[in-house]
Design a protein around this ligand. Structure first.
Ligand SMILES: C[S@@+](CC[C@H](N)C(=O)[O-])C[C@H]1O[C@@H](n2cnc3c(N)ncnc32)[C@H](O)[C@@H]1O
Length: 220
């Protein structure tokens, strides 16, 4: 696999893996049923603690439900959604238009780890199920943490003995079917160290099923 500074885009085949069918399904589900349990837990701390409307940078935003929910509830007044999947961004844009949010959100088709310098910092940075899709944790999470002026909200797979087997099996199937996409179970201490090195401290943890949720705040 090529390194982030040499390869322009599509590391881990993200643009093909997160395709139009998946994007349409996620977008429809949000319109019909709202956020799923993990995403509700990811933003719960913000709902309780953000006094005035904030700016949001949703990295690996997918179909956009997390930042769109914050905009709809008045927790956010503007948002940027960035994703390496063009299909997901199309779905997010279409949902934003349906929800009358288009004037408050901008979408960027980019690999954030490669283009972080072109993004402005935001009060809230969201990364919901993103770091497990990307091999270069330091480049992605390090840059994301630097962009968080107030809070960084992360969800990622729990690294427990009973979660490792399904993820390994998933990767095995990916290899068998000649898919280039791989799943990454990044070590918890490394995640903590990267956030803390960027000046953030852990203020909230939660979990649901296979997912760990961490919220960091910038020390003022
Ligand atoms: C499992 S999906 C999650 C989407 C959404 N956050 C959600 O929870 O519904 C992971 C998304 O992260 C995106 N992603 C992963 N690494 C990325 C990177 N370095 N830059 C931009 N997007 C990235 C993928 O393209 C994919 O759309």
């Amino acid at each position: 696999m090529s390194c982030p500074c040499c390869s322009p885009r599509n590391i881990n085949d993200l643009d093909n893996t997160f395709d139009a069918a998946q994007a349409r399904q996620d977008a429809r589900r949000y319109l019909k049923k709202g956020l799923d349990k993990r995403a509700r837990k990811l933003i719960a701390y913000l709902l309780a603690h953000c006094g005035k409307p904030v700016s949001v940078l949703d990295i690996g935003c997918g179909a956009g439900g997390a930042h769109q929910e914050l905009l709809r509830r008045g927790i956010a007044d503007r948002a940027v959604g960035v994703d390496a999947s063009s299909a997901y961004l199309e779905a997010a844009k279409a949902n934003a238009a349906r929800l009358n949010l288009s004037d408050r959100v901008v979408y960027e088709h980019q690999d954030f780890a490669l283009t972080a310098a072109s993004f402005a910092p935001a009060e809230v940075v969201l990364m919901d199920r993103v770091i497990c899709c990307y091999p270069y944790l330091a480049e992605l999470l390090g840059a994301a943490a630097q962009h968080a002026q107030g809070y960084l909200c992360l969800s990622f797979p729990r690294d427990e003995w009973w979660t490792r087997l399904p993820y390994r099996l998933y990767d095995l199937f990916q290899a068998l079917f000649r898919s280039k996409y791989r799943f990454y179970l990044h070590p918890y201490p490394q995640i903590m160290a990267l956030a803390e090195a960027a000046g953030l401290r852990l203020v909230h943890t939660d979990r649901t099923g296979l997912w760990q949720i961490l919220v960091f705040a910038r020390s003022r």
